[in-house]
Design a protein around this ligand. Structure first.
Ligand SMILES: [Zn+2]
Length: 263
């Protein structure tokens, strides 16, 4: 002990250390001494059991890995490295278990092969490409869960047009890989919010949007005897040119821009 006293060891065995992450590791040749207030793990003993380490030079912490997977991190505290663990079965010997369980192996190969499905792993095992190990169905991969998360649905509502030409929705699509016979690769749409009636114009460049809008405006305003009040677009550059915005101002048309990544 630190004060040069010795303290009896009453049991030696395998200890199953349950970490705060719920991961448990088997520690072999553990000594149980009832007088000791702290549980100490020897890094060298972990090294002999096949664990690897990395040292963080900024905060001085040590991360412990097994087969490339982070098992836990120990932080410096009172001159020793501290790790949070659940101590519930101290001193109880457990049976020797193969240090790389099937679940660990499945997790490792799942990560190594770009987070492939269990079905694909099973197929690789069947083909003899991968060694066979237990594929348990209840273990989940956190990275996969995060990767599959989706955005919650958009519930906001916009103000709607009360009559023809009150609000015109517009967007430009393209460039398309296939061009038309006369070389157009884009199209611009103008859709009336009230009637849902839409116009499509084929254009060669995004910058042609402005000319097409003037064409559209002249036609619909003359035919319907009403004026366009609002033009709603995404933040596409084709709608944000000074000449386009000045023209809208001149005509008394409000330019509405939708927030990014909303319908
Ligand atoms: Zn995964």
């Amino acid at each position: 002990m630190g004060n040069r006293r010795s303290s009896p060891v009453t049991k030696i065995g395998v200890y199953s250390l349950v970490l705060s992450s719920d991961v448990s590791i088997e520690l072999f040749n553990c000594c149980y001494s009832p007088e000791m207030a702290r549980n100490i793990i020897s890094f060298h003993a972990l090294f002999r059991q096949g664990f690897q380490f990395s040292f963080d030079n900024k905060i001085g912490s040590i991360s412990v890995f097994k087969n490339g997977i982070l098992i836990f991190t120990a932080y410096p505290c009172d001159g020793v490295y501290e790790t949070v663990e659940c101590v519930d079965n101290l001193g109880h010997s457990v049976n020797y278990i193969d240090s790389t369980s099937g679940v660990e192996k499945a997790c490792l190969w799942h990560s190594r092969l770009g987070h492939i499905s269990k079905k694909r792993i099973a197929q690789l095992q069947k083909d003899g490409v991968l060694e066979s190990f237990d594929l348990r169905s209840d273990d989940v991969c956190e990275s996969c869960l995060l990767g599959k998360m989706t955005k919650s649905p958009f519930k906001g509502s916009f103000e709607r047009g009360e009559g023809l030409l009150d609000i015109i929705h517009t967007d430009v699509c393209g460039p398309f890989r296939s061009t038309t016979k006369d070389g157009t690769r884009f199209y611009v749409t103008f859709t009336d919010d009230f009637s849902r009636y839409g116009y499509i114009y084929l254009i060669k460049h995004k910058s042609d949007t402005f000319e097409k809008f003037k064409e559209f405006k002249n036609e619909v305003e003359n035919q319907l005897g009403r004026k366009i009040k609002m033009l709603r677009s995404d933040r596409g550059g084709e709608y944000l040119s000074i000449e386009f915005l000045d023209y809208l101002k001149e005509c008394g048309i409000v330019s509405q821009l939708t927030p990014p990544r909303t319908p």
